[in-house]
Design a protein around this ligand. Structure first.
Ligand SMILES: Nc1nc2c(ncn2[C@@H]2O[C@H](COP(=O)(O)OP(=O)(O)OP(=O)(O)O)[C@@H](O)[C@H]2O)c(=O)[nH]1
Length: 395
């Protein structure tokens, strides 16, 4: 029903830092406008107190004026100040007019959360201290003319209303904190993904490989309760890169890494790596240009990815080199698997060309670090190249 009151500001989307501030401004001005409107009408027609009606009418116009200006300009900072001053003055006027009776001072407790939310820490502290001191002084002066203070119905209403207002304000704080946290968490995932993804091929990059190998090769024996049986090279489950990325957790690989390997049982739960290198890739660049070379790299990456099994991790190592981490795979299975991959690539038409790849395979041993394991696979690749390319070699 009151939807017309709220305006969408496209420049302040829900993840903008001022989004909840704007919501509080809109709600506050709706409440003060309604409040002044009702008081003006009551004073005008019921009590016939024209002086009060005039004051309330002034409040009504101020509240409406601030809001219409805000709708026009969308200026959050100025409006925040205007609303804070208006609300603080309103509370002060209320405390003065009630002379502190009926526990009206309780309303002053709303000023700190309100002003901190709208105008920040520094000015929020200043306005809170100032208005609270003024209110406290006024109430203190009243106590010089002692009158019995009772907790009557008026007090009860004041306490209830202030409590409701505090709850609503705290909801804003929590919503703001939550949306800021959510935004940060999403950004973190995006940044992490960017940091570990190769831009050209969409595969994981070398950074990711280092993290994964580090984790795989240092999983302590105590953490490996469940054990996956070693698989053969036959267990291929083709996966698209998109499907693959959902298998591998966005933030840490550890959530999805099965406890495949521990250094002390490297023979029982083997792991192999393969380095794949395109043969004579330089010629493609030289003959067809770097852009075509880039397309070739992209298409080859998709083809390789389509042949990976669920737990295999394919990354672009750099240039025209790719690395596959093959958990639960012996070097014999790794040779079989990469040999099949090599034959498959040789039959494909990539950018109108027939390509071949050479592969170097190495199986993890207890003495290996990630560095030495990749070093041995690289040596095997060198061997495959030296033996005439388009072949798989093992170290
Ligand atoms: N288009 C393109 N080319 C790249 C990229 N990264 C590296 N290269 C090129 O890859 C080529 C690699 O050449 P070499 O290391 O001589 O290897 P090769 O020609 O494949 O020869 P062999 O590996 O011995 O069979 C170089 O020409 C690099 O410029 C890239 O991101 N895009």
């Amino acid at each position: 029903m009151i939807r017309f009151w709220y305006k969408q500001f496209p420049q302040y989307p829900p993840d903008h830092s001022d989004y909840w501030r704007i919501r509080l401004i809109e709600h506050s001005l709706l409440i003060t406008t309604s409040y002044f409107l009702i008081l003006t009408l009551i004073n005008l027609f019921y009590f016939e107190g024209y002086q009060y009606a005039l004051l309330d009418g002034f409040g009504l116009l101020t509240s409406l004026g601030i809001y219409s200006r805000f709708r026009k300009t969308g200026h959050v900072k100025i409006t925040s100040w205007a609303v804070t001053i208006m609300v603080a003055s309103l509370i002060m006027l209320f405390v003065i007019s009630t002379k502190g009776h009926s526990h009206s001072l309780f309303w002053a407790t709303l000023i700190p959360p309100f002003s901190f939310f709208l105008i920040g820490r520094k000015w929020g502290t200043f306005i809170s201290c100032l208005t609270f001191s003024v209110c406290a002084l006024l109430v203190y002066l009243q106590t010089q003319n002692p009158q019995p203070v009772t907790f009557g119905t008026g007090s009860l209403f004041n306490v209830i209303e202030v409590c409701i207002a505090q709850i609503l304000l705290l909801r804003y704080y929590e919503k703001t904190r939550f949306s800021a946290y959510k935004k940060l968490a999403l950004r973190n995932i995006e940044i992490q993904k960017m940091a570990e993804t190769d831009k050209l091929t969409g595969l994981y990059n070398r950074e990711k490989l280092d993290v994964v190998l580090d984790k795989l090769l240092t999983i302590p024996a105590a953490n490996t309760d469940t054990v996956h049986p070693p698989r053969s090279a036959e267990g291929k489950t083709p996966l698209s890169p998109v499907a693959h990325s959902s298998v591998i957790d966005n933030v840490t690989y550890s959530n999805t890494i099965p406890p495949l390997l521990k250094p002390s049982s490297s023979l029982q739960y083997p792991i192999s790596v393969a380095i794949i290198d395109i043969d004579h890739f330089k010629r493609i660049n030289d003959n067809h240009g770097h852009l075509v070379g880039d397309h070739v790299l992209y298409e080859l990456a998709q083809l390789l990815q389509s042949q990976m099994r669920n737990d295999d991790l394919l990354v672009r190592w750099g240039g025209e080199e790719f690395v596959v981490v093959l958990p639960n795979t012996t070097s014999t299975d790794a040779i079989e698997l990469t040999e099949r991959l090599r034959r498959y690539i040789a039959t494909q038409n990539i950018q109108g060309m027939a390509l071949t790849i050479s592969v170097g395979v190495a199986q993890y041993t207890i003495k290996d670090s990630a560095y030495s394991l990749l070093g041995r696979a690289d040596k095997a690749l060198y061997l495959a190249k030296a033996q005439g390319r388009n072949r798989v070699a093992v170290a």
